[in-house]
Structures are given as C-alpha cells and as structure tokens.
Design a protein around this ligand. Structure first.
Ligand code: PAF
Length: 281
C-alpha cells in the first residue's frame, strides 16, 4: 500500500497507473475508520483496478470548532485497517496542502439542498464538503467514487455538484453498515457508552416502524408514532424527523405519486449527534 502526503507525489503515481490502462476508484474519508468505510473499500475494489482512499479531516466543513477539535484521528489504526482491506493508495494530506494560502474562495449554488436539514443545522457544511470533494475529484480523477448512504443528504449534494460541474465520475452509494442491533456505524458514535448505544437503537426502531407501516398511515400519523418510539427510549433531543422526496429532500405529505422517498432523522444521545435515514421506496 502506497501512502502519499502531497498532491504532486499522488498525481505522478496515478499518472503512471492510468497510462497503463488502470481504472481508479476513490473513497474519500475523514479517517477514524470503521466497518462502514471498509465496506466502501471492498465495493471500490470490485469497481476499479486501483483503490485510492483519502484521509483528511476537512476543516471547512465544520461549523463548530469544538466538533473539529474533538474529531478522532487514529491514523496508525486507520492505515492498518486499510492495508488489511487491500487498499492500494492512501492520501493523507495536511491542511496547507489542500488549502494553500492563495486558494480561491469556493461557492457552489446547490439551491435548497444546502439550506434544509443538515444545511440548516450546520451552515456552510455542504459548501465545505463540496469544496474538498471537488478538489479530490480534480486531483484523483476517479472513474468511480463511493459514499455511504448514511449521509444521505451529503450524497445528494455531491451528485448535484458532479452534475453542475459536469465531472466524469460515477457516484456509487453503498448501504449503511449497522452493528448487530441495527445502530448505524459512525466515527462519532464510538463516543457512546454501552447504555447510550442501546438507547440509540431507538433510531433504527423508529425508522423501521415508518418503513413498515407507512402504507397504512398518513405521514403525519406515522411521524407521531416514530417520535413516541424515540421518546419512550428517553430520546428527547430530536433535531429533525422528516419524510422527504429523495431527489429534492422536500417534505412530502403522502407517498402517493412519489417514485423515491426517504426518511431522515437526527437526534442526540449522550451529547453525540446521531444521523440516520431509511429509504422508503
Ligand atoms: O463523509 C465524510 O467523511 C466527509 O464529509 C467527506 C465526504 C470525506 C468529505 O470530507
């Protein structure tokens, strides 16, 4: 496994590989890797000849400096996991490598997609995400890039950016990986205690309740029932629970006439912000 810290070294190495006809898959990450990331690497191995994984805690997507400061960075462990997963190349740049002092301002018009849900709660977040993913796409020029469904809105935003910038990359969305009980794996939920983890399972229960019962109930009724499931488990800090059209993430009042719909959920457990979703159709 090759490890590069600079764009120049990575670019030179990839050029050689591309010249000999290899296809490239990119898995962008912020490290603190878990089974969810490893499932992306596995899928990437089946999607292209060469797999590049980037590890970069991107400061421009954090609207809360404390969240950035607390973000785990177990680089040695991450490299170990990537090696075991047969990743070919790891890119671990510094902040100044990705954001040189003469870096131009970034703004992309994502319409309402970066103003609702995560966009509203975390102003500027998706501008930061698109800024770094665009830089990585320009550098690596992947044939395919892989993202987890867990951050559903993020994937929608990235897909929109790819369309707006006409980038020649296929975006693959990989299913959320859950622990044996159904808790979506995330770098943040590693901070939960065992009792927090079991409380957090109510998110999965609530999402499943919606998926399994939405045909028989109105959206308003099913949301009420899901909120009761969360509250019964002692989860009271619920940022949003929304049943949305997948393409625009606008809230819908009924599934009738909708080809694709998703339920989005964010709630806090033990001071950890948990994000989850489930595709309804
Ligand atoms: O999902 C993440 O880990 C990050 O938002 C990403 C896509 C690597 C961009 O920094």
């Amino acid at each position: 496994m090759k490890i590069f810290k600079t764009k120049r070294e990575l670019d030179a190495y990839l050029l050689g590989l591309r010249n000999t006809g290899n296809t490239v898959a990119l898995v962008p990450t912020m490290g603190a890797l878990h089974e969810g990331h490893l499932s992306l690497i596995k899928e990437a191995k089946m999607s292209a000849d060469i797999v590049v994984c980037s590890i970069f805690v991107n400061p421009t997507q954090f609207n809360d400096p404390e969240d950035l400061a607390k973000y785990p960075q177990p680089l040695d462990e991450d490299l170990h996991l990537l090696k075991a997963a047969n990743c070919d190349i790891v890119f671990t740049p510094t902040v100044s490598e990705m954001y040189p002092s003469d870096d131009p301002e970034w703004h992309i018009d994502l319409g309402d997609l970066d103003k609702i849900w995560e966009g509203e709660k975390r102003p500027g977040h998706f501008q930061g995400v698109t800024q770094i993913v665009f830089k990585l796409f320009k550098l690596v020029e992947p044939d395919v890039a892989l993202f987890g469904q867990k951050d559903f809105q993020q994937v929608m935003v990235i897909q929109r950016m790819v369309e707006l910038k006409s980038l020649p990359v296929t975006i693959k969305i990989c299913p959320t990986v859950r622990d044996v009980h159904g808790l979506a794996l995330s770098s943040r939920n590693q901070r939960l205690t065992e009792s927090g983890k079991s409380q957090a399972l109510a998110l999965y229960k609530a999402l499943n309740h919606i998926k399994n019962n939405i045909q028989q109930h109105s959206v308003a009724q099913i949301k009420k029932e899901a909120l009761t499931i969360l509250q019964n488990e002692g989860i009271t800090e619920i940022e949003y629970l929304a049943i949305c059209r997948s393409s625009t993430l606008e809230e819908i009042e009924s599934l009738k006439g909708e080809d694709h719909a998703v339920v989005l959920l964010v709630a806090w457990v033990e001071g950890v912000r948990l994000i989850d979703n489930m595709i309804l159709r």
